[in-house]
Design a protein around this ligand. Structure first.
Ligand code: GDP
Ligand code: MG
Length: 370
């Protein structure tokens, strides 16, 4: 249950660490770049820059490491890649996500009404791709703060008429920190002021160099608005997936991560889960973060009821006793008794930790924009 170091805070505020250290000095605090700051200092410094600090209780152990059996290589099968879209505000993330969904999701699924459940799957060239449409930053920060890594590939959207902007840089550093491959979508190519060369030039500073210039970063010119270049972008995603060989065992009890969750008036706690291993079925006894229950109903991204889903599929479930958090891990257990025991232990632990104020300050949500 750490807080933030001077260096981490500086990064979040887009300031030089030396500037933060100076400010601290004015407050009478001698600090080094790796020093952990207490909550009050973080709030003071952030406040000085007009940034409000949101506090978030983080339970450290929402993973199920102790229950995860070793994967048997022989049982691993190819699974779809999970993709997040990041980039500066107004560079076209939402438009691109909509464009991909509209061109691909309904093909062969006539009559399906797309539901916004925080993620969706498309099929192209006989292969599936999962897109998270939660804010790209949340996927990286809130989720990673909880120890979850859900993204395989990042699409970095950069408007060709605007170039590299602050949130572009932030997205690059998130993706790099997570070790996730980046594909650059140079968007708004339909605009007269589009200057893709400038975008490529600017990105070389971040070691994102196109193949034509001797690098190994894939750049795809697109117009999200006009649906141009979408097929090429999807092709490139599949190409990266082929190289990276994403695999999972579909024949095991499901586990994965919460994409989003809320309390529904009629249905109770509703959570969108990303299955990362195994197959999730209706009726499965499940622990989700500190909540538990039995999967009552599952709905896919087309609003269809489904009975089971495999690796990399997003699905909305009901049947939990409480609302989990985005980034929480989930795991299915053999029997309901075990799930209940583990769920209850976790709930008690959570209450204890909250009482002990094991809280962690997080600035991440401030930057959640898509
Ligand atoms: P976001 O903030 O990154 O999600 O950006 P949006 O998807 O909301 O797009 C911001 C604005 O740019 C909207 O007015 C879009 O219609 C426009 N836009 C997005 N993509 C394109 C594109 O390819 N061409 C043009 N001309 N406009 C675009
Ligand atoms: Mg948006």
């Amino acid at each position: 249950s750490g807080t933030l170091t001077v260096g981490e805070l500086a990064k979040k505020l887009h300031k030089e660490p030396s500037e933060i250290i100076k400010k601290l000095l004015f407050l009478g605090v001698m600090a080094t770049i790796n020093q952990e700051l207490d909550k009050d200092s973080i709030e003071l410094i952030a406040g000085d820059y007009g940034v409000e600090v949101e506090e978030e209780i983080i339970i450290d152990e929402t993973n199920f490491e102790e229950f995860v059996e070793e994967e048997n290589e022989a049982e691993l099968q190819e699974r779809p890649p999970v993709v997040t879209i990041m980039g500066h505000v107004d560079h076209g993330k939402t438009t691109l996500l909509d464009s991909i969904r509209n061109t691909k999701v309904t093909a062969g699924e006539a009559g399906g009404i797309t539901q916004h459940i925080g993620a969706y799957q498309v099929e192209t060239a006989g292969k599936r791709i999962t897109f998270l449409d939660t804010p790209g930053h949340a996927a990286f920060t809130t989720m990673r703060a909880r120890g979850a890594q859900v993204t395989d590939i990042t699409i970095l959207v950069v408007a060709a008429d605007d170039g590299v902007m602050p949130q572009t840089k932030e997205a690059i550093s998130h993706a790099k920190a997570a070790g996730v491959p980046i594909i650059v979508a140079v968007n708004k190519m339909d605009k007269e002021a589009a200057n893709p060369d400038r975008v490529m030039q600017e990105l070389t500073e971040f070691e994102l160099v196109p193949e034509a210039w001797g690098g190994d970063t894939i750049f795809v010119p697109v117009s999200a608005l006009q649906g141009e270049g979408i097929d090429e972008l999807l092709e490139m995603i599949l190409l990266v997936a082929e190289v990276e060989e994403y695999k999972a065992n579909p024949n095991s009890l499901a586990r994965g991560t919460v994409i989003e969750a809320q309390l529904d008036k009629g249905r109770g706690p509703v959570a969108t889960l990303l299955v990362q291993s195994g197959t999730l079925k209706v009726g499965d006894p499940i622990v989700v973060g500190n909540a538990f229950g039995r999967v009552r109903a599952m709905t896919n991204d087309l609003g269809r009821r489904v009975k089971s889903v495999g690796p990399a599929a997003p699905v909305e479930i009901t049947g939990l006793n409480d609302v989990p958090h985005a980034g929480d891990q989930f795991k299915v257990f053999e029997d309901e008794k075990t799930a209940r025991q583990i769920g209850e232990t976790r709930m008690i632990r959570q209450r204890d930790e909250e009482r002990n104020e094991t809280s962690k300050v997080s600035l991440d949500d401030l930057f959640n924009q898509i």
